[in-house]
Design a protein around this ligand. Structure first.
Ligand SMILES: *Cc1c(COP(=O)(O)O)cnc(C)c1O
Length: 366
């Protein structure tokens, strides 16, 4: 039995008829960009997240970029963020000409360390950009307090946390803006690239709508140099079908994670820790495995996929070498050396999970 990291084909099979019907209606209507499906999805996601505005964009990376730019962050400004994330988080900061200030993470949750954020605030700090890594909400309440106290923007990277709740409110609805990715493998994924920004700030929403469409509020009148960054109606139609199932999908991910953790109790790995402050939606099920390379080889020989998110923290990446010379963030560095993510998707069966856990136990016994 081969077990992949994600199984998008399996999910498609169960949604096939409805997705085809919806795509057909887009093709027949032939409004492909900024059409009725995109608008309907924006309203549905705003309602789902409990916010006033949702604005579709071309990717999660663009969501971060446009949110930062609309918030007025630019050259000379600093944005405090985590080094233990996908590169896009920091790329977006660089796109607006600001500097990413990396601070260390919490060893239990892998999310940005609140105390480290508080210590890093300086005269040039304009925003804090936490990532809800692997689907577990960052500790938003104290982060928001820090931002309020210092007049900073809070921009959430929710690429991995669609549907995750923190203290009764959705991730994305806590900050000035929440930035989602609909990359196919995310918890809510389309069949190409897509993203969305949610916000309660009317001004920010209007700026983002203008920026995503060539700096235009009114057709052929341009107020700013903007971008071509829209979510198209084909992707929106697919997402509307999947949105109806997202809570079931996330429940299935949590159920799968619980079974993994139960069966791995005695294995020489550390299973993911839930801090109990929010609801983890397990975009990834990520272990700490001191002998990671051996374990990965054993899994691979048994036909079981695994992956390292992320092998190099951003402050150690070549692209940031000059900016981060001498910067030491030991918790992130150790996490990068130890983490291993196991197959995780809603359709994963108990039988598959048992096989993965047995393979890990056998590897340890040898
Ligand atoms: C996927 C991801 C992004 C980027 O999203 P794209 O839609 O691929 O541009 C940004 N941040 C994090 C944490 C991600 O996982």
């Amino acid at each position: 039995m081969n077990i992949p990291m994600v199984d998008l084909r399996g999910q498609y099979q169960s949604l096939k008829e409805e997705i085809r019907r919806q795509l057909d209606s887009v093709l027949e209507g032939s409004q492909f960009v900024l059409g009725p499906q995109g608008e309907a999805l924006e309203q549905e996601i705003a309602a789902y997240c409990g916010v006033r505005h949702a604005i579709g964009v071309a990717s999660g990376t663009d969501a971060l970029h446009l949110a930062l730019r609309a918030a007025g962050i630019g050259p000379g400004d600093e944005v405090i963020t985590t080094p233990f994330t996908f590169i896009a988080t920091a790329e977006a900061i660089a796109y607006v000409g600001a500097k990413a200030v990396f601070v260390d993470i919490d060893p239990q949750t892998f999310n940005i360390c609140v105390d480290a954020v508080a210590s890093a605030v300086g005269p040039r700090t304009r925003a804090v950009l936490p990532v809800h890594l692997f689907g577990q909400p960052a500790d938003l309440a104290p982060l928001k307090q820090i931002c309020d106290r210092h007049g900073l923007r809070l921009i959430e990277d929710c690429a991995q946390s669609f549907g995750a709740v923190y203290q009764g409110r959705m991730t994305g609805a806590w900050g000035d803006a929440g930035c989602f990715s609909f990359f196919p493998s995310k918890n809510l994924g389309c069949y190409g690239d897509g993203g969305m920004i949610v916000t309660n700030d009317d001004h920010l929403a209007a700026e983002i709508r203008m920026l995503r469409n060539h700096g235009s509020r009114e057709r052929y009148y341009h107020a700013a140099i903007g971008y071509n960054s829209r979510l198209d109606d084909m992707q929106a139609a697919i997402l509307r079908v999947k949105l109806k199932h997202i809570d079931d999908y996330n429940r299935a991910r949590r159920r799968n994670a619980a079974l993994y953790s139960e069966l791995l109790q005695d294995a020489p790995v550390l299973t993911p820790v839930e801090d109990g402050k929010g609801c983890h939606v397990f975009h990834q099920y990520t272990l700490r495995a001191p002998r990671r390379e051996d374990l990965q080889k054993t899994l691979s020989a048994a036909g079981i996929a695994s992956a390292i998110y992320y092998p190099v923290p951003l402050h150690r990446q070549e692209v940031f070498a000059a900016d981060c010379a001498g910067l030491s963030l030991p918790v992130a560095e150790q996490a990068a050396a130890e983490v291993l993510s196991l197959p995780m998707y809603p359709e994963l069966t108990a039988e598959q999970i048992r096989l993965v856990c047995r393979t890990i136990a056998d590897a340890a016994a040898r």
